[in-house]
Design a protein around this ligand. Structure first.
Ligand code: PEP
Length: 250
């Protein structure tokens, strides 16, 4: 099994004070976490205070998005070098909310992934089908298109795939462990056909209404290497339970 990765996506939530408080509350629960990766993705404004609060801990930081140029006349954008400077080792790219509300296409996502790799960031690359795509039996073809588009001319190192069915995000409807396993297995096979043996080390994490109550059964799935958590990551006690999931597979 790959080293588990548990990531918190705070989205448009938390002030500087709330960020510091959360991290101080979470730290005592991460002490046994030597064999897992714990990543927090605060909003851009909180990254640097999160970096200071998480110093000397095993908590790592991600930006929730990034732009693909290093500098220039791009008002409102943030570069990979800037998020590294603010303390990030990871970046979330291609989240369904970015695709839906900010029109991030597969091509834009591919540019963001390439730019982030140039700065040695670990990329949490999100893919997922909508409810209507699933109902029409198109889920796997949508995922294939997103994988092919996002990973075009991208090498395997520092890539994590987050499978996030759009119908399960923020809805309380989690994919069942068998639904998650079926798709993760498909993604693993696609990665193997694309990268060969190197695909083995690419972590595939699940996202979509993950909570302390369902994390153990999701982590029992053979091809589930972790979770990307939205709503249930906003409280330190809830995210602490998720990072302390009970592993029943070896
Ligand atoms: C997410 O936005 O990445 C997510 C998985 O959200 P939630 O856990 O709230 O469904």
């Amino acid at each position: 099994m790959n080293r588990p990765l548990l990531a918190a996506n705070w989205k448009l939530n938390k002030t500087l004070d709330e960020t510091r408080t959360f991290i101080n509350e979470l730290i005592p629960f991460t002490k046994n976490g030597g064999d897992i990766d714990i990543v927090l993705a605060p909003p851009f404004t909180s990254l640097y205070v999160a970096c200071l609060a998480a110093k000397y801990t095993n908590i790592m930081l991600a930006a929730q998005d990034v732009f693909y140029e290093d500098r220039g006349a791009y008002t409102g954008e943030i570069s990979p070098a800037m998020i590294v400077d603010a303390g990030c080792s990871h970046v979330i790219i291609g989240h369904s909310e970015r695709r839906q509300y900010f029109y991030d296409t597969d091509d834009v996502i591919n540019k963001k992934i390439k730019a982030s790799k140039r700065h040695n960031l670990t990329i949490i690359f999100c893919i997922g089908e909508s409810l209507s795509e699933r109902e029409q039996g198109k889920a796997l073809s949508v995922l294939k298109r997103q994988l092919e588009g996002g990973l075009k001319e991208v090498t395997a190192e520092n890539i994590v795939i987050a499978y996030e069915p759009v119908w399960a995000i923020g809805t309380g409807k989690t994919a069942t462990p068998s639904q998650a396993q079926e798709v993760h297995k498909y993604i693993r096979e696609w990665l193997t056909s694309f990268y060969g043996a190197e695909a083995k080390g690419i972590r595939i994490i699940y996202g979509g209404s993950v909570t302390p109550d369902n994390i153990n059964s999701l982590m029992d799935c053979k091809d589930v290497d972790g979770a990307l958590v939205g709503g249930a990551s906003l409280r330190a006690d809830s995210f602490a339970k998720i990072v302390n999931f009970k592993r029943r597979k070896s």
